[in-house]
Structure formats: structure tokens, C-alpha cells
Write a protein that binds this ligand. Structure first.
Ligand code: F6P
Length: 323
């Protein structure tokens, strides 16, 4: 493989730029030609493709978002969309593609590979940390720290009043950001989709805490919790608990932006270099990831088939320490 492309797809995440930089510079180091594909698979179909060299990725390691921009492209789910995309690659001599994104992006890459023989390697980029086959995704640590900063600030005001503070964090259908930010922020409760939420239990627990002298509590709610969003849960609790006053904060897209943490930059650098090496070795249909301290390559299907790595021990840790 002498010529490769790189694209970012799905929701952006902090550290994607560090990943693009790693791919471009590693490829150039090996004397390869690199193209940047703008706006994910949408830009691929439309031919929004530009040559990139080491200078094009200067000064981006500390920037959130993605300089290549991104999109969620429905057309690429159809064979016709993939055919057009493959033609755009072939006419530029691009034989390999690095796809930075989530499991939906890998499904597209897998189909592109099986239908048109384009070699594809994935890099997990999402704040949700919801991709099997890797311990961590690029952007999760930054989003987690943004959520934590918000929790720390809310705790200051929560403790100055007799009030409950609900903080709703992102994570799509999983509770990684919620659980980790709740533990790190010393929150009293966390509600995540991985464990069943009982409003009755929460009410009882809050009333007991009040009897023990707790006058305020921070409750972190994952956006995907099956009991509903933070506002809905807060209203139900207020109707039944001794705490009548509450405030709800939805951190929202603030969690997607910001300068990536050192952890995310280094993760992106390691995975980017491995992705390029994998293409040089002629590998395809694999995603890069970390397993413990090691950088690994796993089949794309691990992204959606491997069970959630959400450890129930975290829920116990949370409960014990929130006494
Ligand atoms: O997957 C990243 C994520 O930020 C999720 O946490 C959230 O549910 C979703 O994307 C929001 O999507 P959008 O940016 O399209 O509103």
C-alpha cells in the first residue's frame, strides 16, 4: 500500500486531530502519499479529497473537533453510495483507508472492503467509550474531565444550599462518562443504563441520607438511562422525597469540545501509528485499540459484538464511598 486516505466519521471527539496528525506523519515517514477525506463518507462520495503532508497537520495536536470535519452519512449505508466512494478512491490510487470513528463507521468500512477491496483500518474515536475491542476510545478521557469539572463546580453551589443537583451527561446508550465522573467527582448517586434504576430506591436512599445529616447531594444521570432524562427523574423524586428543591444541569455538547487531555493525545498517537503500520503490513478489516498497556488489532465486528466492558464493581465502589 503506497497511497492511503484518512477520514473522521460520526460524532467528533477531542483527540481526533491528534489521530489525523499521527496517521499523516507516520505515513509520510514511510514515504507514502496521504489524502485527507473531508466530511467523512459524505465527502468521500462527493470527492472532497485533498492531499496532505506533514505541514498540513502542524498545530492541531491540541485542538478539539476534527480539521477534516465529519458527517453521519446515510448514503454510505447503500451499495450505490459505497460504489461511488470506492471509485473516488481508486481514481486517486488510494488503496488503504484509515477510518476514525465509532462502530457505525466501521460497518461502512467493512462493506467498502468486502465489496471493493479497499483495505480499511479503524481507530476508535468517540466520547462514549462504547466500542468493544478497546479499553478506551479517543475523546472519552477529555469528555470525562469536562463532565468532572462541571460536577466540581456544581458541588460548590450544591453544598451552599439544601438542594439536590442533577447532572445529565452524554454517553448514548452507555454509562461510562456518568459512572467515571460520578466516582471521580464524589457524587452521591449515579444512574446508568447498565443497571436498573428504581426511583423508589433513590427516594428511600435520599431520605435516609437526609436523616444521617446530608443536606445536599449530587446525582449524575447518564443520558441513556432507561428511567428517563434527568428532568423527568428529578420531578418524580421531588414528589416523594424530603428534598423538594432541586436543579438540573444538562452538560450536553460542551462534553464534545475542548483541548484533548494528554491521555487522549497519546492514545491517538499510538493508534494512528499502528493503523498505518497495519496497512503497510497489508492488513485490513481491523480496528486498533488498547488492551491494558498494549496496542492491539481486533476485527471490526468486535466493536459491536464484544460485550460491554462496564464493570459492575464500579457501581459498588460508588455506593460504598457515597456514605
Ligand atoms: O456519540 C457521541 C455523542 O455525543 C453521544 O454522547 C450523544 O448521544 C450524541 O453523540 C449526540 O449527537 P449529536 O451531536 O448528533 O446531537
Amino acid at each position: 500500500v503506497k497511497t492511503i486516505g484518512v477520514l473522521t466519521s460520526g460524532g467528533d471527539s477531542p483527540g481526533m486531530n491528534a489521530g489525523i496528525r499521527a496517521v499523516v506523519r507516520s505515513a509520510c515517514h514511510h514515504g507514502m502519499q496521504v489524502y485527507g477525506i473531508r466530511r467523512g463518507y459524505q465527502g468521500l462520495i462527493e470527492g472532497d479529497i485533498v492531499p496532505m503532508g506533514p505541514r498540513d497537520v502542524g498545530g492541531i495536536i491540541n485542538r478539539g473537533g476534527t480539521i477534516l470535519r465529519t458527517a453521519r452519512c446515510k448514503e454510505f449505508f447503500e451499495p450505490a453510495g459505497r460504489k461511488t466512494g470506492a471509485e473516488q478512491l481508486m481514481k486517486r490510487g488510494i488503496e488503504g483507508l484509515v477510518v476514525i470513528g465509532g462502530d457505525g463507521s466501521y460497518r461502512g468500512a467493512q462493506a467498502l472492503e468486502s465489496e471493493h477491496g479497499i483495505k480499511c483500518i479503524g481507530m476508535p474515536g468517540t466520547i462514549d467509550n462504547d466500542i468493544g475491542g478497546t479499553d478506551f476510545t479517543i475523546g472519552f478521557d477529555t469528555a470525562l474531565n469536562t463532565a468532572l469539572d462541571a460536577i466540581d463546580r456544581l458541588r460548590d453551589t450544591a453544598e451552599s444550599h439544601d438542594r439536590l443537583f442533577y447532572v445529565e451527561v452524554m454517553g448514548r446508550r452507555n454509562g461510562f462518562i456518568a459512572m467515571f465522573s460520578a466516582i471521580a467527582g464524589g457524587a452521591e448517586y449515579v444512574l446508568v443504563p447498565e443497571t436498573k434504576t428504581s426511583v423508589d430506591d433513590l427516594v428511600e436512599s435520599l431520605n435516609n441520607a437526609n436523616a444521617r445529616g446530608k443536606r445536599s447531594s449530587v446525582i449524575v444521570v447518564a443520558e441513556g438511562d432507561e428511567a428517563g432524562d434527568a428532568a423527568t427523574i428529578a420531578k418524580q423524586v421531588a414528589e416523594r422525597s424530603v428534598f423538594k428543591e432541586y436543579r438540573v444541569t444538562v452538560i450536553g455538547h460542551l462534553q464534545r469540545g475542548g483541548s484533548p487531555t494528554a491521555f487522549d493525545r497519546i492514545l491517538a498517537a499510538r493508534l494512528g501509528m499502528r493503523a498505518v503500520q497495519a496497512l503497510i503490513e497489508g492488513k485490513t478489516g481491523l480496528m486498533t485499540g488498547v488492551d491494558g498497556r498494549d496496542v492491539v488489532l481486533r476485527p471490526f465486528s468486535d466493536a459491536w459484538e464484544r460485550p460491554s466492558r462496564f464493570d459492575p464493581a464500579y457501581a459498588e465502589l460508588m455506593q460504598v464511598l457515597a456514605l
